[in-house]
Design a protein. Structure first.
Length: 152
């Protein structure tokens, strides 16, 4: 599953992580790895650029549905307990990261790629430890060659 940070880097040729994103994307295509993107990530991307610029012909678009919503609630409760994440606010706001992770869980997507290490620590690892999520996290900050164990 691609997150918004990956999409931004993939299309911004001036970004320091553009080449990493491009290398991963080409690798996924070459190896015929299904590339998923959530409609949630598409919405986030739309804040800064037209999502029609995304390589949507190469992406499997995942809509956020009822089961995803139910799972996101379970994930949020595991991470935050029964508390709101905004002081003195009675509603429980579920972050987009948790919603996307719920989609990964319900749709049995094997991996997510992101530059957001904080998301890994704050959301992914606790859900894996609680046995609620099984996913491989790829850090966009790490070049593909390092992941594959290649020198060049």
């Amino acid at each position: 599953m691609l997150d918004t940070s990956f999409c931004i880097r993939l299309l911004d040729k001036n970004d320091a992580l553009h080449q990493n994103a491009l290398d991963y994307f080409k690798y996924f295509l070459l190896e015929k790895i299904s590339i998923h993107i959530s409609t949630i990530a598409v919405a986030e991307y739309a804040v800064g650029d037209d999502p029609a610029n995304l390589p949507i012909n190469n992406l499997q678009i995942e809509a956020f549905d009822f089961l995803d919503a139910k799972t996101a609630g379970v994930f949020h409760k595991e991470i935050k307990g029964n508390q709101s994440n905004i002081l003195n606010y009675q509603r429980r706001i579920i972050t987009n990261d948790v919603k996307i992770l719920a989609q990964i869980g319900t749709k049995k997507i094997e991996a997510i790629i992101s530059k957001d290490i904080n998301s890994l620590k704050q959301y992914v690892q606790p859900l894996i430890i609680a046995n609620l999520l099984q996913v491989k996290f790829f850090d966009l900050n790490t070049p593909l060659s390092a992941v594959l164990g290649k020198l060049f």
